[in-house]
Design a protein around this ligand. Structure first.
Ligand code: ASP
Length: 429
């Protein structure tokens, strides 16, 4: 008993200190340690991996349990109404994001001198429609257990919503037995979802150490590369991220009659976790907690946040705009044409639907955006050289775009909830 009390006191300096400040200190300390000690700090990596594993461990149970509860407690018509609004706001904010990315690229004119490479000729090309069709078809799982196993979020969302709707039908059934079964299933998943929330709170206590370690490794590997032309790319991308927060998210929250200060106060946690984990899926438990603190009804966020972590990638969209500008300027010597910009807005918006919320996914999707404007990454070409340069600092760009991706999910979710009067505004006082 005596020892227990003592050890509690021993750690209380850590637990009593505001979590967000702890995470921020971890972040700054991580960057400094990474830049100072470089490869000598690599031993710290497992501490970050542990944090990511802890978050990933609970992602699937959270998505399944909260979605089933959400869909089971609302009518199919409401799901449709919420769904349409959420998807619409996600698409519109992503389209804005690509435009901001292109604008940022236009202002910063990021470009590198790759004189050793052959310059490319650019031809206009249509949007690759096949991949879009496949993206939609893949939403329906052929084997739901496999989908859970492979952590394919969109198919799991699809199945969980249908399952939840099935439960909601059971609960209004005339047959008392069926009604009872429906309630039992709902009670079970409500319990699971509550347990998950408790687990997130516990895991977040480890976030400062996890974030410190993740960021130390990124800066140890990439640090000095963010100089010169790549520094301009990073500056353009991060200015775009900042613009999106100020113009789109804060603007949106204001338009919907909510307080931007309170929104940002709660958004900071997922923002910083996104920076550290570089994964929207990994950050999902934290984003859900923030939505809860903002008074957003669980029916809304249990559906819109997992969906957003999969289809709403505003940071990734900005990144596509900036990188396409950099690669076009570097490889062809001339900027993007108006037609190419239009193509990028459409492709990048649609492609963000198919971008997984995992580290580095956006860099792979960039290949498709480049392809849509006739810039193929082929070995030995300047396009490939410029693309490789981007990959060199991708981890740093990914930190910012993921932080923005999750903030975008939260902002859109909050505004949709407000528009449907599904928000407890007493939490905003
Ligand atoms: N890492 C990003 C995310 O999880 C996706 C990307 O690479 O753009 O949101």
């Amino acid at each position: 008993m005596e020892t227990e009390k003592k050890s509690k006191n021993f750690m209380s300096w850590y637990f009593d200190f505001n979590l967000l400040y702890r995470i921020l200190i971890g972040m700054v300390l991580g960057a400094v340690l990474g830049l100072v000690f470089r490869e000598k700090i690599y031993w710290i990596a497992p501490f970050g991996t542990l944090f990511v594993r802890l978050l990933k461990m609970i992602v699937m149970p959270i998505i399944i349990s909260t979605l089933i509860c959400g869909a089971a407690s609302i009518s199919p018509a409401t799901v449709g109404k919420i769904g349409t609004r959420v998807v619409l706001i996600y698409l519109v904010t992503s389209a804005f994001a690509v435009c901001i990315g292109l604008l940022s690229g236009f202002i910063f004119q990021p470009q590198a001198d790759l004189s050793g490479y052959a310059l490319s000729t650019v031809a206009g090309k249509d949007v690759a429609s096949m991949s879009v069709v496949d993206t939609f078809l893949n939403i329906v799982p052929t084997n739901v257990f496999q989908a859970v196993n492979d952590a394919q979020v969109l198919p799991v969302i699809f199945f969980s919503i249908l399952f939840g709707l099935g439960v909601s039908y059971l609960m209004v059934s005339e047959d008392e037995n069926l009604k009872k079964s429906g309630k039992t299933i709902l009670n079970f998943f409500t319990g699971v979802s509550e347990v998950m929330t408790k687990m997130v709170t516990g895991i977040m206590q480890y976030a400062p150490i996890g974030v410190l370690s993740l960021i130390a490794v990124v800066f140890a590997k990439q640090g000095p590369k963010v100089a010169g032309s790549l520094g301009v790319v990073a500056a353009a991308a991060f200015s775009g991220y900042l613009l999106q927060i100020i113009l789109v998210y804060i603007g949106m929250v204001k338009i919907f009659g909510l307080k931007p200060g309170k929104f940002w106060h709660e958004a900071r946690n997922p923002f910083v976790t996104g920076l550290g984990t570089r994964s929207s899926y990994g950050t999902l438990p934290v984003t859900m907690k923030a939505a809860d603190n903002l008074g957003v009804s669980k029916d809304i966020y249990s559906f819109s946040l997992p969906l957003g972590a999969t289809i709403n990638m505003d940071g990734t969209a900005i990144y596509q705009g900036v990188c396409a500008t950099f690669i076009a300027l570097t490889a062809t010597g001339v900027g993007l044409t108006a037609g190419q910009m239009g193509t990028i807005v459409i492709t990048a918006t649609l492609i963000s639907i198919g971008t997984a919320g995992i580290p580095g996914a956006g860099a792979i999707m960039l290949l498709m955006v480049l392809d849509s404007i006739g810039l193929q990454v082929e070995a030995g070409t300047a396009v490939a050289g410029a693309y490789a340069m981007i990959l060199g600092i991708d981890a740093i760009l990914d930190m910012g775009r993921t932080a923005l991706n999750v903030t975008g999910d939260l902002a859109s979710t909050t505004c949709v909830a407000k528009s449907l009067h599904e928000i407890d505004e007493s939490k905003w006082d």
